[in-house]
Design a protein around this ligand. Structure first.
Ligand SMILES: Cc1ncc(COP(=O)(O)O)c(C=O)c1O
Length: 499
């Protein structure tokens, strides 16, 4: 009998197991006729992951880990097992790395930002290509008088120019700009610019880069981590978009801070992320507060506290102890499939997607799609970002595509994906266009776009993951065909509320 998967599996037979799992563990997609193409937004869970959760919480009982009761010990044991599983997944030594459970990657970024010893004379250097949860760290840097410097992307491929980056990192810190610094200086809250920082003396600052862009799918070279460290920087490697389909081996590349969201990796649980932090880098941070769960001892009358000496110093309040054990379940599940297998599968499908979009032409021969970032498979992950073009070359409003895709039961993402720097690079918006009144005057996103002269607020993002198959890509490409020779009707689109 012919396998039901023959018509859908990708060429590489070693990834055929994924097709079997698609029919069983991820059967909810095809049973409902759905195509899911937003793995960069969230991964999908296997049915057995969800069953494991239900079995555990219906078959046992678990108390707040902050005590020694049997119910508490049961929780603690599972949380610590999950911690060990995370370290093993990243090939990280427990002597070198701490695993701090957070609510998500954003929470991990915030822990670093609020505790990093930014002072005048130190720098926060980051690439244009960063998620807003990393961009936001600049506000902590700014408030404490550190300099903030962005490294631009190369024009078409949206990559980092390594020489330019090395030069930027080697440059001495400029005086921090802006009103806030002036205010702090007047209030006497600033040391002399360039004066020796207290914590982590000798460090030049923090450098932040994503391992994979959530906008373009570009994978920035992991060797940049070592480069920045050699130049005296602590490095935050945002691995949220990279980890679901790529191996990150922390015995080979040793960033100081690595934020991750677990629902992106295997769909479930939501509400649990991690900050993997090198213990030596963690010792350089200064927590701005304490809370339940983070201290060894605290006195009200004495007005002092002693933080815990391990990762619990960064785990505010009660951990999500009913869900953290599901991280170990998810890691074991992914381990059975093999991240390398998923990597090969999505690589093959990404190639087909890129080829399909490149070949999409109007009958005049004009392209019907414009891909941003790399057009081939070199140094990229399974996220493809593009716009459809009408026969006159105008960008088709991303809201039209979102509406049409939803009607075709295709889940994809439209907009700017919380990564404004990569978007500004993709749409070639110069710094000068973003200066002056445009920063103050627009009252809506639509007005902002008009002021910038942009045809659209963003792009279409298709991203692949653990349960993706060839049929998904084929169905999407058939959908894409509907834009050939079409001038879509933009009537009735609702105003954009946020980017
Ligand atoms: C590269 C990257 N970093 C950080 C985040 C933030 O993740 P979360 O919203 O789960 O905190 C995302 C989310 O899309 C991301 O893609």
């Amino acid at each position: 009998m012919t396998s039901p998967f023959v018509s859908t599996h990708a060429d590489d037979p070693s990834t055929g197991r994924i097709d079997e799992l698609r029919a069983t563990e991820y059967g909810y997609l095809d049973e409902r006729g759905e195509v899911y193409l937003d793995y960069a937004g969230a991964g999908l869970p296997a049915r057995s992951q969800l069953r494991a959760h239900a079995d555990r919480i219906t078959g046992g009982y678990f108390g707040n880990p902050h005590s020694d009761s049997p119910a508490s010990a049961a929780s603690t044991e599972l949380v610590e097992r999950a911690r060990a599983a995370v370290l093993a997944f990243f090939h990280a030594s427990p002597d070198e790395y701490a695993v701090i459970f957070t609510a998500n990657a954003t929470g991990a970024c915030r822990l670093v930002g609020e505790a990093y010893p930014f002072v005048p004379g130190r720098r926060f250097v980051l690439t244009f290509d960063n998620h807003n949860s990393v961009n936001g760290i600049r506000e902590f840097a700014r408030a404490r008088g550190a300099a903030i410097d962005y490294v631009p992307l190369t024009a078409a491929e949206l990559r980092i120019d390594e020489q330019a980056l090395a030069a930027e990192l080697a440059r001495p810190a400029r005086r921090a700009r802006g009103r806030r610094l002036g205010q702090l200086a007047r209030l006497g809250q600033l040391g002399r610019v360039g004066s020796a920082p207290a914590a982590g003396a000798g460090r030049r600052g923090l450098f932040a880069i994503p391992a994979q862009s959530n906008f373009s799918g570009v994978q920035h070279p992991l060797r940049l981590v070592g480069l920045a460290q050699r130049l005296g920087y602590d490095v935050l490697l945002d691995a949220a978009a990279f980890v679901p389909t790529n191996v990150l081996d922390l015995s080979q590349v040793r960033p100081d801070f690595v934020p991750v969201s677990w629902y992106k990796v295997f769909g479930y649980p939501t509400g649990v992320g991690c900050l993997l932090a090198r213990r030596d880098a963690l010792a350089r941070l200064r927590r701005p507060w304490f809370s339940g769960g983070t201290i060894q001892v605290v006195s009200v009358q004495g007005d002092w506290h002693l933080l815990a000496t391990d990762e619990s110093a960064y785990e505010d309040g009660t951990l999500n102890f009913l869900s953290i054990p599901d991280v170990a379940v998810g890691l074991s599940w992914l381990g059975q499939i093999g991240v390398e297998t998923v990597h090969r599968r999505v690589g093959d499908l990404t190639g087909r997607l890129l080829a399909g979009l490149a070949g999409l032409r109007h009958s005049t021969g004009a392209p019907a799609a414009r891909v941003y970032g790399p057009s081939d498979l070199d140094g990229r992950g399974a996220t493809v970002v593009f716009n459809f073009l009408d026969p006159t070359g105008r960008v088709v409003d991303e809201r039209i595509v979102g509406r049409d895709a939803a009607a075709a039961r295709i889940s994809l993402r439209t907009g700017c994906f919380c990564n404004p720097g990569a978007g500004e690079g993709a749409f070639s918006i110069p710094r000068t266009a973003l200066a002056g009144s445009i920063r103050r005057d627009p009252h809506s996103i639509d007005e902002y776009l008009t002021l910038l002269g942009l045809p659209s607020a963003g792009a279409i993002r298709v991203s692949l993951g653990v349960a993706s198959n060839l049929a998904d890509v084929q169905r999407f490409l058939r959908f894409a065909e509907s834009y050939r020779d079409a001038v879509p009707d933009a009537a009735g689109l609702t105003p954009r509320l946020r980017c």
